[in-house]
Design a protein around this ligand. Sequence first.
Ligand code: COA
Length: 340
Amino acid sequence: MKQVGIIGTGRYLPEHVVSNDDLSRLVDTSDEWIRTRTGISQRRISTGMTTSGMACEAGTAALTNAGLEPDDIDLIICATITPDYFMPSCACLVQERLGAKNAAAFDLAAACTGMIYGMVTAEQFIKSGMYENVLVIGAETLSKVLDWKDRSTCVLFGDGAGAVVMSAAKKGINLLAANLESDGSKYRLLTCPAVTLDNPFLLEQECICYDENGMSNAAEPAGTQKIVMNGQEVFKYAVRAIVDNINTLIKKTGISKDDIAYIIPHQANYRIIDQASRSAGIPIDKFFINLDRYGNTSAASIGIALDELAESGRPRRGDKVICVGFGGGMTSGAVLLEWN
Ligand code: COA
């Protein structure tokens, strides 16, 4: 089996900074509440850039960082829950704008775990020998699916994109192990409806949907296409998901907690990371945190953080880094990386 590594990273954040004070002029909230409950001070919000536009910027940065040309890319995977279109995929739009004419391209939806799912998917294509170089991008304009009147959600999220180039080359950051999990039974904890069922044959007020008892005729609430969340349950799931995924990787690989130099968690809430750190018995200063500046950028967050960690020059050769994500679905997952 081929060794798979990350040979380039990149990110894009919209320029427009929205502070907590800015939000307190939109909804009944305060800088104090947001900072103490979440750790977020500000976020970037698109003033016109689309998801594919941001994905393209982050992808270009990652390609440059990897020293590759668009022609070298065999596959583009875009992880997003906020694509420009249902069809075409965000990945096809990126392909067109990059001029990556040799690439296959598709989108992947795993919410905030999207970057982890994307990296693991890329790893499989490379290990199997089907592809050499894969561009994995996590990109979101969450600002378009936020209810800007709902203070319990609109203060949490931001826009942005992160990208990695993965390759069979024996350089860069090696991917040593991975874990993916899903729990569809908890899907209601975090939702964003798509287009509501609408055709000339609909039975009035009736909609076939799935609930915990299986298929039923219960009427679903009309889709508002905005994010709805059970914050406290998501919080608990998130803490457990971080701890469980780290422990699973430790068990799979035989490394010890002391061997881990850095952990890049999905950037949702400082308190989630703090509780996970205590519960896992891993010091908080090993956790890379930038959510104070960007909020929760969903599928983009781990790619952005990985690029910032790489740029900081802090990791040394041989350092082991775990990226761990969780999100809607519910989904979670982690990868163990080794710096080269
Ligand atoms: N500003 C001021 N008050 C707010 C507020 C805001 N932005 N949002 C909610 N509140 C209020 C609530 O209305 C509630 O008021 P009440 O007691 O009068 O009813 C009070 O604050 C406490 O709300 P609660 O939901 O218990 O707060 P919390 O401590 O659980 O924090 C979250 C709320 C959303 C910050 C927290 O649950 C969380 O971070 N959950 C995880 C969310 C997440 O990360 N989602 C994405 C995962 S990928």
